[in-house]
Write a protein that binds this ligand. Sequence first.
Ligand SMILES: Nc1ncnc2c1ncn2[C@@H]1O[C@H](COP(=O)(O)OP(=O)(O)OP(=O)(O)O)[C@@H](O)[C@H]1O
Ligand SMILES: CCCC(=O)O
Length: 369
Amino acid sequence: MQDKEYRILVINPGSTSTKIGVYDSSRPIFEKTIRHSTGELSSFPTIISQQSFRKKTILEAMDEEGVNISKLSAVCGRGGLLRPIEGGTYEVNGPMIKDLERGYAGQHASNLGGIIAREIASGLNIPAFIVDPVVVDEMEPIAKISGMPSIERKSIFHALNQKAMARKAAGLHGKKYEEMNLIVTHMGGGITVGVHKNGKVTDVNNGLHGDGPFSPERAGTVPAGDLIAMCFSGDFYREEVMKKLVGQGGMVGYLGTNDAVRAEKMIEAGDQKAKLVMEAMAYQVGKEIGAASAVLKGKVDAIVLTGGLAHGKRFTSLISSHVDWIADVLIFPGENELQALAEGALRVLTGEETAKEYPGALKAAKIFG
Ligand SMILES: Nc1ncnc2c1ncn2[C@@H]1O[C@H](COP(=O)(O)OP(=O)(O)OP(=O)(O)O)[C@@H](O)[C@H]1O
Ligand SMILES: CCCC(=O)O
């Protein structure tokens, strides 16, 4: 039982919104989604240049709620496309800011999380953290072999929500996360299926760059030969092909919507194509879970389905029908990323864990060769 309260501001920047929350230890006292219209964001040439604008909207929202920022103990942001690192809570440091600003592994709204957290925290002389960024890399060497020596499989996935839901599943079993073998499937705009073996995600599909099941707006793995033929057909620019993979692929490519609720309504109205596409998405998720169970040699304590699509009862039943022979299927709809950020910061503030140090370029060169 912990008696000291810590007030933590958490920040989760998304492509069209910034979600924030203020927590007294792990208890939310205020949560808000600040929506940014396309018009508002279109005046910024890059994601990183939205930093001052987003920070201002956060401070205004807190002011409107009457939250006094001088009472904060820490600020915690969602970590972005950094160097590959193991899961956990990291104190934001200079090398991390540099990598976030230049987009070490690409541009993503979550790159702003650590930057804005540090900006607010440094003015208050309190620590800034990030927790389980999308580049968490705990993959075993065998899982990194792609089959083509010049291409290595990469770990880019919904680490924050997957790890939070895995801890929740472990709690329900009265065990520690490190004592469990779980398959956690986050199903949002992108879909990632993680093998959680004794507290480490030893294999997972790269949810950003064409790997794994198709999703509401991503194509997932497609036949490579056909993709190469498309790239060299002279009919498309590079950006157009990339969009077919991420943004305009998957469900939106087939049905013209990335909204699964709308797709379900189309099915209810008798749309056979919508039915086939939703069934195919569930089929591919089931197939990926089956592959993950083979990685764990069948020793699976539970399968977790989470993310926005896990709200859909017909969809989760379809997936369960493919995989419930492997292990119990636990359904935790939605995501709990704000809470997960607060809890990650809290584990460090209470001394339960020590903040990890993000490696600078020199150290990283030693670690990653
Ligand atoms: N009640 C619901 N029933 C069925 N599907 C739902 C429901 N609510 C949301 N969804 C679907 O979940 C998907 C979005 O999930 P989510 O909000 O987790 O994605 P995101 O946060 O935009 O992306 P990501 O999780 O990949 O970062 C959409 O297709 C949406 O229609
Ligand atoms: C897969 C990484 C997180 C995202 O979907 O944006």
